[in-house]
Design a protein around this ligand. Sequence first.
Ligand code: PMP
Length: 361
Amino acid sequence: MKDVKLADLPLRDDLRGRTPYGAPQLDVAVRLNTNENPYPPPPALVDDVTRSIAVVARDLHRYPDRDAVDLRADLAAYISQSAGFSVSGADVWAANGSNEILQEILQAFGGPGRVALGFEPSYSMHPIIAAGTRTEWAPTPRRPDFSLDVDQAMAILRDRQPDLTFVTSPNNPTGQSVPLDDLRELVSGAPGMVVVDEAYAEFSSRPSAVSLLDEYADKLIVTRTMSKAFAFAGGRLGYLIAAPAVVDALQLVRLPYHLSVLTQAAARAALRHADATLASVAQLVAERERVVAALAGMGFTVVPSDANFVLFGPFSPDAWQAYLDRGVLIRDVGIKGHLRVTIGAPDENDAFLAASKEIIG
Ligand code: PMP
């Protein structure tokens, strides 16, 4: 084939020079860089997925249920029982990972001439999806300790009047979650739609923003994923909880039949085993506390975390490579002097801590 370069293609001008999302996928013994659950699904779950797939495979010549009604009812039951706020399948929408949910939200409520605001540092895909949907991105700084200054945030919201405001809680990559009273203030004061990205909610002891939906049904969207606590990153299933009208809005931009019968069946099987999978959350939280204490004991500064990862430092620029040289893959999230480590299984955390000890010297 003729050698064609990206620069030769008639790419949209506003995408030229941009960098795609790219957490390295390297074949390393200890992989603690993408906030996955380190525990593989239990055998009973694997059997259930296999049996469920075998059943739906007989109908692979047919399109899937476009509205994923049964899966959304199952997700609603999980949220009602865990977030202490009753929702139904009509209040839930599901897609291939919460990234696809976020993209649909920006397609429907963002777009050319519209502004989305986020408190940075935060999840790197928010501005990337904004760019893909031609939504102007308004980055707003957090405090130097990465916490969210609500008074300052309110002043900026009044000034910028964004169409969409993103609040990530617990925040990736810094780990803190936003207290419910602060969330309520932000949601009530924001001029447009507010997306609370709760990808790591199960690891936090703070109440979910879901409980605010009653008050703010016209503007609040809570996004969740099965990629983290549910140990289902490979299954690709994210969802939102919002008023049915928000779900109606997303119907205008979603691709028909976006969730395959295989995905729907596998996700429903995984939800049937939620108790077993979510048991890993307590273990990971205990490991997080052990890792935080050990890092602090070595002299590192560790940002308080409510998630399954911690941001820590200080580091010289070559530290990420120093970990990799010791067989430990962690994440350089682009915050000067800091690296982020996902909490793994105890032996992985031990390997990470041993490397940390050598690196700090
Ligand atoms: N939101 C946040 C804050 C995340 O960290 C991630 C994954 N890294 C996602 C959303 C997307 O996850 P997924 O598409 O796997 O659901």
